[in-house]
Ligand binder design. Structure first.
Ligand code: FAD
Length: 394
């Protein structure tokens, strides 16, 4: 494996780092950064800055205005953007848009790409991804999908209820997963202003880093023309994997940036703050926590780079991206929890960005597959003979 970074990538990394420090972090205290994420006007302002800096949607293909970054390059750039909780919003690389862009690039028709992908990459509209449903519908187990799509002439009529739909409030369009009459699943594209699709409410979530928060979306007699099926009918579950394997890895990249930021804040505090006659960091208990952070951050980065490298080689990487998702979400969580501890009281208040990172990050162990579901799937594959742990034996 070759993890050497080209001079162009190192240059891009430095540009993103500078952009985030100089143009994004000053917005972190902006009053428009509220309970349900950055408001639209704040997002628009940040996106405009990234556009001016030539850093908008760097993962998208050049045909649509991006830089066409590969997975390893994304790992480097997304981590830098993630250093500020507003960085991914500015660069237009946040969930769910970034994963939706990837899915559209792979499976949408040329007409669908012009209509929905192009403005999405340009940051002129947002999107949402409607899969999860309240019980007894789809959750950790997507096969429990309850939303239905019934053919009626040239249209499909969709009925169901979705929740936890990130960015639904204010999105321009949705990708909707629904069950067909033959039991298979299909993805549909729909503008959000069509009759029959409505955001009933925004949920009172713990995190606050996504524009539009997380919505409850009612689908009542939503008519979608057959031409707005995304890809082929009946391929919904397969496309969900096309979207999720890279999307869960990009979550790891962005959250690694946030964990690194928390660690830097904790290191600064451990250097400056004194207790019992010396700087905090010189107490072994604190020094050990910093050392454990360093170990977790580096392990997380290696998981990401390894999986990204495999994806760049054209491998599917489902096993590795599941493994990386568990490793990174849990390592980043341990890092941020230790940082709260090192910061003392400030770590649980708005005096430090770390408390915001802490509350924003908790859900990462749940969405795009809870840790238990990834472990369950890894366990089954290991029983079937799959394991990198045996590589060392040759
Ligand atoms: C902040 C946030 C944003 C989200 N954004 C979106 C979005 O944009 N679009 C979308 O469609 N969905 C979204 N989701 C939904 C997310 O994907 C689901 O929450 C997740 O799949 C889990 O489903 P559930 O909440 O219904 O939990 P459940 O299915 O009720 O599972 C609850 C818990 O049961 C345990 N569990 C489940 N299966 C197993 C197993 N096999 N073995 C052991 N334990 C198990 C796990 O601990 C799991 O956390 C979001 C969720 C959150 C929290």
């Amino acid at each position: 494996m070759d993890f050497s970074l080209s001079p162009e990538l190192l240059d891009l990394q430095a540009r993103v780092r500078r952009f985030v420090a100089e143009q994004v972090m000053p917005y972190e205290k902006d009053p428009r950064y509220g309970r349900h994420g950055p408001e639209e006007s704040l997002r628009d302002e940040l996106v405009a800055r990234a556009r001016d800096a030539g850093l908008l949607a760097p993962h998208a293909s050049p045909e649509f205005g991006g830089l066409g970054l590969g997975h390893l390059s994304k790992a480097v750039v997304f981590e830098e953007a993630g250093y500020s909780s507003l960085g991914p919003t500015a660069l237009n690389i946040h969930a769910p848009d970034e994963g939706n862009m990837h899915l559209l690039e792979v499976v949408a028709t040329p007409r669908q790409k012009q209509r929905w992908l192009r403005p999405l990459v340009q940051g002129r509209l947002r999107s949402c991804f409607c899969m999860t449903e309240p019980p007894p519908g789809a959750g950790a187990d997507p096969s429990m999908l309850a939303t239905t799509a019934v053919r009626d002439g040239d249209d499909y009529v969709i009925d169901g209820l979705k929740w936890f739909i990130t960015g639904a409030q204010g999105a321009g369009f949705a990708i909707i997963m629904a069950r067909m009459e033959d039991g298979s699943a299909t993805m549909f594209l729909s503008d959000m202003d069509r009759p029959g699709i409505e955001v009933e409410r925004t949920m009172d979530a713990m995190d606050a880093c996504f524009t539009g928060g997380h919505g409850v979306v009612r689908l009542r007699g939503l008519r979608v023309p057959a031409g707005d099926i995304l890809g082929e009918p009946g391929q919904g579950f397969r496309y969900a994997q096309v979207r999720l394997a890279p999307a869960r890895l990009t979550h790891c990249m962005r959250w690694l940036g946030q964990a690194r930021r928390a660690h830097d804040e904790a290191v600064a505090h451990a250097r400056e703050r004194r207790a019992f006659g010396r700087p905090l960091g010189e107490h072994q208990g604190v020094g050990f926590m910093l050392a454990d952070n360093e170990i977790d951050l580096t392990s997380a980065r290696l998981h990401i780079w390894h999986t990204a490298w495999l994806l760049d080689q054209g491998q599917r990487g489902n096993f590795e991206s599941s493994r990386a998702k568990v490793a990174c979400s849990e390592a980043a969580w341990r890092v941020v929890d230790r940082c709260v501890q090192i910061l003392g009281g400030q770590g649980v208040t708005g005096e430090s960005v770390v408390s915001r990172i802490f509350t924003d990050m908790r859900a990462f162990r749940i969405y795009d597959g809870p840790s238990e579901v990834h472990r369950h799937s890894l366990g089954r594959k290991i029983l079937a003979g799959r394991s990198d742990a045996s590589l060392a034996r040759g």
